[in-house]
Design a protein around this ligand. Sequence first.
Ligand code: HAM
Length: 425
Amino acid sequence: MIRKPKGTNDILPQDIYRWHYLENMIKEISAMFGYREIRTPIFESTDLFIRGVGDGTDIVDKEMYSFVDRGGRSMSLRPEGTASVARAYLEHSMDKIQERQKVYYIGPMFRYEKPQAGRFRQHYQFGLEFFGESSPLADVEVISLAYTLYNKLGIKNISINLNSVGCDKCRKEFSNALKKFLEINLDKLCEDCHRRYYKNPLRVFDCKNKNCKEILSEAPITTNYLCDECKNDFENVKHGLDMLGISYKVTPTLVRGLDYYTKTVFEVVSLTLGAQNAIGGGGRYNNLIEELDGPDIPAVGFAAGMERIILSMDNEDINIPHCDDIELRIVPIGKKALEICFRLAYDFRKLGVKTEMDYRNKSLKANLKLANKNNEPFILIVGDDELIEKKGKLKDMKENKETLVSLDNLENIIKIIRGENAKKD
Ligand code: HAM
């Protein structure tokens, strides 16, 4: 039997309500904060990610699904959404349409990582990007949107880690200090960190090696090298979060694994997940648009792993409402009734009622068993005899109560099954 690729997931029909619930919440909250959806291709030119995410990052060096297409071009499945959205923003001159653009996206991302609990080779992300606003209040807005989402989903055990990695100016000084530190410790660091030292020193902080982590705990920290502007912006981000009552932990070692960040970086961690506990992360990236040959436009954004959000909801025993369950099962008893009921099911569906029926003339007992198994709240039984009077028996499965209803008045039946005041026919 052919099986799904390692590190991927099938989301089965019995679980899809969880995803619909999450997606609906994302759409609702994004709209509340003024973000509109954007959809970009799942694959892009490999170059986009090399320039956007950065040569020397684990994502680009080790994790991309890259291939040469039939036209000889190097393409990659997107490992993340920011570079693609920035590319679309430039390609469609979105800055000319409106100075500030706020967009969000939901979709699969691909990273060739070692699969484990909460870490997949294909994972879904909800992400958002805010272009054209340099005020630190935009950073606070993005963090507050993320916070609102986790909050509305009922996830309580989270912590927001916050840092500033500075701008080009102050990063140079930090980078020099870091290089000096690494030079002294080079013989104690792993092979990967040696490579990082020469290619992209900041990336040593992505190392998962325990020994390297210990050595790096003594390394210089970004916040000690911030220029006045970056220092001031960082203070304003913290002040904004304080103002909204959103708690955070300043985490000087947080640099994030993508090269495009400037100034604010943050990560949201679930305290109920194991090693893969980041349920979201983001930050400001004021140079990316320029690096992709665009104008000087500041931006800030965030993305969350949707599988990890659902996992943390499970860990916190959060009940996810079933939003697309069947409301009514129609049960024909007899040959004539089958045709009438088939038409009736269509009428109910057109009226917006989630309706199901079996076409094989199954017995009432078999239908009851099915309705019970699927937790269906109502069944409408229509027998050949009842048809003469155009009536049916509406059975409330929970209350075990039957009501005689007119098949000429579907609105009335809908009122009963939805618990609105209705009269018996
Ligand atoms: P990221 O931290 O690489 O950031 O990914 C965002 C989130 O996606 C993570 O916090 C995590 O929840 C989830 N995630 C990442 N990799 C995996 C995986 N292999 N399996 C399961 N979940 C995963 C970004 O991608 C940036 N583009 C975020 C951003 C947007 N920054 C600015 N704008």
